[in-house]
Design a protein. Structure first.
Ligand SMILES: NC(=O)C1=CN([C@@H]2O[C@H](COP(=O)(O)OP(=O)(O)OC[C@H]3O[C@@H](n4cnc5c(N)ncnc54)[C@H](O)[C@@H]3O)[C@@H](O)[C@H]2O)C=CC1
Ligand SMILES: O=C(O)CCC(=O)C(=O)O
Length: 463
């Protein structure tokens, strides 16, 4: 009995609808109870047939946990420590079925247009602003991330930074490194009894709220959504209300058109004199020249930045004016902590992200499950079992236009459709159907017929 499967057959290679490899299957264990409920003990391992044909490109030093999960599937995994410039990225992405990135690699429409074999993108981080999600969806390319594996790491960093800024620890440490003993208490504070203003009360903001309260701080927050307050935290009606009341202001919003330059000259004017600003969200959220002015004028007593409008692709002495025009001005400021986008860079977070995203990639490549996808509707079917050897799973990603299901059901309706699920998100719909009693010729027919429909975005048949 053959238990293996397919990948989306490459445009140029119909022979991929071939036989099974012998690679062993490593059943993904998901964090999601919804997914766990769908995996029976005798689940039939659906997987792309010829797993050794699946090419994976991992950039930006994705954690070893993730690399291992993908390699154990038998996939061909290429691993690079840094990101790639666009022209090199385009060369590499042409060939791969799966790509794993972190926050630096820009998967724009221009890059994705060249990715003819790509079925799925894994963002081994929280943010997905570096990917053109809509373009990817329009091409039938699923995108997964890790929505909260590094939230605690970021929240802890911010707590540490508030203490560092309030005590001017960065400056004292630099002075000591230069041989200067400078024992001062002027302008140094406890954080107990101070007010933290959290902008964006999502996974990180809420986690930070709990930690800050435990440190004896009052917590206020501003969010576009009406969100339940944790502990004694209070939601502010407007951003200005928050700015006027907070001693420490910290940003935890995603990169969006609405959050670009969200903290600029006008907002600095609204802040209390001697307040502190922390940004560990995205570099576009804070207008850095305006921050430089606010620090020079003494309005802002200290700041910590982890993210920047332009960040280099890899490690090295790149943080200069060529990268960001104000680099030298920024570096000259006192009581300013600069870190190289390390908010989520802890062993705990990176290991957890590696596992979570790699498992999502395997589940998608092998079983078609979109659970947790950020740009496609979530569709999951319970796994096929070993008692269902002659079944195939049809995945049809299509334009969300009237009449498609009728056409699809005309094709698959002659067969025994055991189960079927479909959902849409915007202009794109995702259909999965398990069909019993099919042979190789039928599978090929199904594939060819679905591919010929004008609504088609991508067809895959797993068996
Ligand atoms: N420095 C680092 O290494 C890391 C940075 N990040 C960044 O932090 C961001 C936030 O992460 P999470 O808390 O996990 O995201 P989240 O999605 O859980 O929360 C974001 C919150 O911001 C709110 N929001 C969106 N637009 C807003 C606006 N205009 N004004 C006020 N609130 C708004 C949302 O309603 C949501 O509650 C990520 O998008 C990512 O860019 C995340 C992890 C690590
Ligand atoms: O660790 C990284 O590379 C990126 C962290 C981050 O900014 C995120 O998770 O959104």
């Amino acid at each position: 009995m053959s238990i293996a499967r397919d990948i989306r057959p490459r445009q140029d290679d119909a022979s991929l609808l071939a036989t099974s490899p012998n690679a062993s299957f490593h059943s993904p264990s998901s964090h999601s109870s919804a997914f766990n409920r769908t995996v029976p003990v005798n689940a039939k391992p659906l997987k792309p047939f010829a797993t050794e044909d699946i090419k994976v490109l991992l950039l930006e030093n994705v954690n070893q946990t993730g690399r291992e999960i993908l390699s154990q599937q038998g996939y061909q995994v290429e691993f690079l420590k840094s990101s790639l410039p666009e022209d090199q990225l385009i060369e590499k992405i042409r060939d791969v079925h799966v790509i794993g990135i972190r926050s630096k690699t820009k998967l724009t429409a221009r890059v994705l247009k060249e990715a003819k074999n790509l079925i799925v993108i894994g963002c081994f981080c929280i943010g997905t602003n570096q990917v053109d999600l809509q373009y990817a969806a329009d091409q039938g390319i699923a995108v997964f991330n890790s929505p909260f594996s590094n939230s605690r790491s970021v929240a802890e960093l911010v707590i540490g930074e508030m203490v560092m800024l309030a005590r001017q620890l960065g400056d004292r440490s630099s002075e000591m490194h230069a041989g200067t003993w400078n024992k001062v208490s002027n302008g140094c504070w406890e954080i107990r009894g101070k007010t933290i203003g959290i902008i964006g009360y999502g996974h990180i903001g809420a986690q930070l709220s709990v930690l800050a309260e435990a440190m004896g701080m009052s917590v206020i927050y501003y969010d576009v959504l009406n969100i339940m307050s944790l502990g004694t935290a209070r939601q502010m009606k407007t951003l200005d209300d928050l700015l006027a009341e907070a001693d420490f202001i910290t940003c935890h919003v995603p990169e969006l058109a609405e959050t670009k330059g969200m903290i600029g000259q006008k907002q600095f004017e609204k802040m209390k004199k001697g307040s502190y600003l922390i940004n560990a969200s995205r570099g576009t959220v804070v207008d850095i020249p305006a921050l430089i002015d606010a620090m020079r004028s003494g309005k802002v007593a200290g700041a910590a930045l982890d993210v920047y409008p332009n960040e280099p692709a890899g490690n090295g002495d790149y943080f200069n004016n060529d990268l960001n025009a104000w680099g030298a001005d920024l570096r000259s400021l006192k009581n300013l902590i600069l870190t190289p986008h390390i908010g989520g860079s802890t062993e705990e977070a990176q290991k957890a992200i590696g596992v979570e995203v790699a498992q999502a990639l395997v589940r998608y490549a092998n079983e078609g499950s979109t659970l947790g996808a950020v740009n496609l509707p979530e569709v999951v079917l319970r796994s096929l079992t070993m008692d269902e050897p002659d079944h195939a799973r049809v995945i049809y990603i299509h334009k969300n236009i009237p009449g498609v299901l009728r056409k699809v059901n005309e094709i698959i309706g002659d067969h025994n459709v055991d189960k079927q699920m479909t959902d849409s998100r915007g202009d794109v719909a995702y259909l999965m159907a398990d069909i019993s009693n099919v042979d190789a010729a039928t599978i090929k027919d199904l594939y060819t017929s679905l591919e010929s429909l004008p609504s088609r975005i991508m067809t895959r048949v797993l068996y």
